[in-house]
Design a protein around this ligand. Structure first.
Ligand SMILES: *Cc1c(COP(=O)(O)O)cnc(C)c1O
Length: 478
């Protein structure tokens, strides 16, 4: 019997790798086996298609391609030009954007590109003006000093970390938090929702250069039309980081006021989360910021990764097909089914539910920290991650929340019936887990007690749940 193309391709690739370093081939094979067996509820992960994966393993990896399409600093980039132009074209068509920059290596890099583009566009600085017209040699020491001070002291207003914002939106562990004078808007303590009047008030008081919307752990839609009005009212540039929900925008689940592209001056994203492409990033913008965005490399990015741009072109072509819209809708249907299943069993959810791809559990009702819950679920074959909840009493390390998302399981084909069963498994584990104590008898935020037999039983049920939904069904590594 002859093998299908996917199996042949991956088997051959592993055979070639095995001849050089068998441990790498083994690890790659083990990774597929592990992914096939785990109930992956990590909201930021997905499974890229075989075509997307295969587009990354080739000679494009050998090319330097600094510059942009048709304007490279290296010779021989004609084929890189083809794939970069294709990826940008697909992105523009898919999202209705005037300009797409597909070189960023990750979401964080895409944000850096956007920040520098906005600074270069907006900061009133005679020194910067000189630098922009390439009279860098004319800048005096005093000019450079002024430039550093001007660029490094701008204001950014973004969503607070514990309300679901991202580190790159002005928080200290990221350069954005060291560079910008940052202030945050949170969510209403009673509803857990963004209070747009409060955002407007903060904007009026703080007068940011950049207003950032977007999140990693907010389970609701954001009204980008209102956010743009707020930005306009204070003269801020409005940036949306749609890293998590780009797939829902691509699949036309988020439209009108909830589609960031027509409302934002600049949009950044990852390509590997709900968008289901290769690990990478991307920036979309109008013509006004296009030139500055295209300076991303070498301004803040290392050399482009042509093999990943090739894979972006493949994945974006997939996202333009009608079945991707169906996939995006199923992601949300599944998240809502999971949320309803949990609420019915008494689990406390931040905002009480979801209208995107993620659900944020407040596990304090089970008497657990996020860390204890995350580990107990992992012992039971359920992969999630702990996450702070608004005003989290346990801080960002232990937390009181568990974030779960449905993009990955939806790719495998699980539906609302399986989501209810998943809710049952999660609730069973959490309600049967007890917080542990330290050697001196004080309560521990990390230790927990869970009967290993129960963890084992749930693990088996979790893998049974997956048996009807094979991951990469066409790939047989033999
Ligand atoms: C995941 C994420 C990022 C970072 O993406 P990386 O590819 O990990 O650098 C940035 N912003 C938001 C909102 C995210 O969720």
């Amino acid at each position: 019997m002859s093998l299908n193309a996917e199996s042949t391709a991956f088997r051959s690739a592993l055979e070639v790798i095995r001849a050089v370093e068998p441990r790498v081939a083994d690890a790659i094979g083990a990774e597929l086996a592990d992914q096939r067996e785990s109930l992956k509820l990590i909201a930021s992960e997905n499974y890229a298609s075989p075509a997307t994966l295969l587009a990354m393993g080739n000679w494009f990896s050998d090319k330097y391609a600094e510059g942009t399409v048709g304007r490279r600093f290296y010779a021989g980039c004609q084929n890189v030009d083809t794939v970069e132009a294709l990826a940008a074209e697909h992105a523009k068509e898919l999202f209705g954007a005037a300009h797409a920059y597909v070189q960023p290596h990750s979401g964080i890099d895409a944000n850096l590109v956007a920040f520098w583009a906005i600074l270069a566009d907006r900061v009133e600085s005679p020194a910067l003006k000189k630098a922009q017209v390439r009279q860098v040699n004319d800048l005096t020491e005093a000019d450079w000093f002024a430039l550093r001070r001007e660029l490094g002291n701008q204001r950014m207003l973004g969503m607070s970390l514990d309300a679901g914002g991202h580190l790159t939106h002005g928080f200290r562990p990221n350069i954005s938090g060291k560079m910008f004078d940052q202030r945050s808007y949170g969510t209403d303590p009673a509803t857990g929702l963004i209070d747009y009047d409060r955002v407007a008030e903060a904007a009026r008081e703080f007068k940011p250069l950049i207003l950032v919307a977007g999140y990693s752990a907010y389970p609701r839609k954001v009204n980008f039309r209102i956010m743009r009005e707020i930005a306009d009212s204070v003269g801020a540039t409005f940036m949306v980081d749609m890293a998590h929900f780009a797939g829902l925008v691509a699949g036309k689940v988020f439209t009108g006021d909830f589609d960031p592209v027509p409302h934002a001056h600049i949009v950044t994203t990852t390509t590997h989360k709900s968008l289901r492409g290769p690990r990478g990033g991307m920036v979309l913008c109008g013509p006004e910021l296009a030139d500055q965005v295209d300076r991303g490399c070498p301004m803040v990015l290392g050399g482009p990764l042509p093999h990943v741009m090739a894979a972006k072109a493949v994945a974006l072509a997939e996202a333009r097909r009608p079945d991707f819209a169906d996939y995006a809708q199923r992601i949300v249907d599944n998240a809502q089914a999971l949320a309803e299943g949990l609420v019915r069993r008494g689990t406390k959810l931040v905002t009480g539910g979801t209208d995107n791809h993620l659900v944020l559990l407040d596990v304090s009702g089970y008497g657990l920290t996020g860390r204890q819950a995350e580990q107990a679920l992992l012992d039971s074959g359920i992969v999630t991650n702990r996450n702070a909840v608004p005003q989290d009493p346990n801080g960002a390390w232990y937390t009181s929340g568990i974030r779960i998302g449905t993009p990955a399981l939806t790719t495998r084909g699980l539906g609302v019936a399986e989501m209810d069963q998943t809710a049952e498994l999660i609730h069973t584990v959490l309600s049967q887990t007890q917080a542990g104590s330290n050697a001196d008898g004080t309560p521990s935020k990390a230790k927990y007690v869970l009967d290993p037999a129960l963890a084992d039983k749930i693990s088996k049920q979790a893998s049974e749940l997956l048996t009807g939904f094979p991951l990469y069904p066409a790939v047989d590594l033999g």
